[in-house]
Design a protein around this ligand. Structure first.
Ligand code: AHR
Ligand code: AHR
Length: 481
């Protein structure tokens, strides 16, 4: 059985079932998600390998070979058509044209389920999906449940990495107009024990960890690599629950009456569905989603215990974030441009600006050093890499406003993540393309001889689709200095 078969047996059926990794009903063999590739902007749907099975990641890999791919639709498996698409602007605008949010890279969150490869939905700040015309979702004070399987190593304090019930106009329409799972370490509203991240309920104008609108010590920090997060609500009663999605059972962090501030009892749920954003399209948060559902009716703890066991049995595990030529931590490298204009140019820096410069064996020692980088384990994720300047020890290539810059490590999580890059086989077939860990739609790219982390066909001039694969492919070799 799948999670939604279990919810049906418990009398609280799924009215939305979203996953890019697997079918959530044992009989489901339809589309899981749709991807769009950068080379020709065509789309294809990814299905399970068999009914009830894991996604056919190989079909994605073949469709997306030698180009970039975005996740355009996350299909609803419940049959109600509650698909998630690129979220529109609301109280806040997203970074894409007309204020739409970014779409997620199709390769930012590779995992295995029972040894079979699949991809989750890696949301960078700016990324969001929604359905503002969902059917069958709870409205008003009606009962509902929801769970999501998330990456406990990918979160931030921005508003608001949510999955669940929200406003149908993407605006903040008041307290109680949302009921969604929140995951992250925001302390702008509520918080729990320790320093986070926490599972909380986004009920609008507040992330709630218990009955108080502030800190509730009963809600623990939870950061398993795979986290099961649950929020459910019914008239004057709601709960927050969580577990390690790879083993063990659920714990209840709060179960009780609605918060002790006005506007949340009764609730005024509107019934839209959001993923990765706040109810007003706040787009500052990051997180990774593998699967999740919403139900009608308040699921019992017994039903959720069976769902958790089903998730554990799916055996989520990590897999490599990199491909292509291997990099050795501690080695000193150069990165040569492969675009035909510029094959004598190398990634270098002039002060804090990262650019490309013509370098050869007869260049000055200073220039050779400016074009030499020490490979380090990724500061933000040791499965990827960071590049330390040869001539300015302690300074690393990081992106800032999507320009590549050389900055001293300031010790913050933001710096570490901005300085972490995951090489993959070169998009143009040469060398390596160097993907930003935190913004996996973005790659090291030279544009007018200045270096950026660029998204194929995105809104900035440096995102131009023309020459993207060549500009974003680098031959990594032994350094000059
Ligand atoms: O409730 C927290 C956030 O407040 C909501 O997600 C957003 O709509 C508002 O800014
Ligand atoms: O480069 C994009 C973002 O710009 C970085 O993550 C952040 O440090 C800056 O705001």
């Amino acid at each position: 059985a799948g999670p939604c078969d279990i919810y049906s047996s418990g009398g609280t059926p799924c009215i939305a079932a979203h996953s890019t990794t697997r079918a959530l009903y044992s009989a489901y063999s339809g589309s899981l998600y749709q991807v769009k590739r950068g080379s020709d902007n065509t789309t294809t749907s990814i299905l399970p390998l068999s009914a009830g099975g894991v996604a056919n990641a190989a079909a994605q890999d073949s469709f997306c070979a030698s180009t970039t791919c975005l996740i355009t639709i996350i299909y609803d498996q419940s049959g109600r058509g509650n698909h998630l698409r690129q979220a529109p602007p609301g109280g806040f605008s997203g970074p894409e044209s007309n204020g739409y949010d970014n779409l997620a890279s199709a390769i930012g969150a590779p995992v295995t389920l029972n040894g079979q490869k699949a991809y989750g939905v890696f949301s960078s700040p700016g990324t969001g999906y929604s359905n503002n015309a969902a059917s069958g979702t709870a409205t008003g004070d009606a009962a509902e449940g929801m769970y999501a399987v998330l990456d406990g190593s990918h979160y931030n304090g921005g508003c608001c990495y949510d999955y669940g019930n929200a406003e149908t106009n993407s605006h903040d329409t008041g307290n109680g107009h949302m009921e969604a799972i929140y995951y992250g370490d925001s302390t702008a509203w509520g918080s729990g024990a320790g320093s986070g991240p926490w599972i909380m309920a986004d009920l609008e104008n507040g992330l709630f960890s218990g009955v108080s609108p502030g800190n509730n010590a009963g809600d623990p920090s939870i950061s398993y690599r795979f986290v099961t997060a649950i929020v459910k609500g019914e008239p004057n009663h709601w709960a927050v629950r969580g577990a390690n999605a790879a083993s063990g059972t659920l714990s209840t962090y709060y179960s009780g009456v609605r918060p002790s501030v006005s506007g949340y009892n009764p609730m005024s749920k509107e019934g839209a569905i959001i993923l990765g954003i706040g109810g007003d399209n706040s787009v500052s948060a990051q997180g990774t989603f593998y699967e999740g559902v919403m139900t009608t009716g308040y699921p019992s703890d017994a039903t959720e215990a069976l769902v958790q066991a089903n998730i554990v049995a799916a055996k989520y595990a990590t897999t490599s974030l990199t491909s292509g030529p291997a990099l050795t931590v501690g080695s000193s490298v150069s990165l040569r441009v492969t675009t035909s204009c510029c094959t004598t140019r190398y990634l270098a820096h002039t002060g804090s600006v990262v650019n490309t410069q013509v370098v050869s064996s007869s260049s000055t020692t200073a220039l050779k050093q400016q074009a030499s980088w020490t490979v380090r384990a990724g500061l933000g994720n040791s499965a990827c890499f960071s590049f330390e300047s040869k001539d300015t020890a302690g300074s690393y290539i990081r992106h800032y406003n999507f320009a590549l810059v050389l900055n001293a490590n300031d010790g913050t999580k933001q710096f570490r993540e901005d300085a972490t890059f995951c090489p993959q086989t070169g998009l143009n077939g040469q060398g390596s393309s160097i993907r930003s860990w935190g913004y996996p739609t973005r790659y090291f790219r030279h544009y007018d001889n200045v270096a950026y982390t660029a998204s194929n066909g995105g809104v900035h001039s440096f995102d131009a689709a023309s020459l993207f694969n060549d500009d974003a492919s680098w031959v990594i070799g032994t350094s000059f200095a």
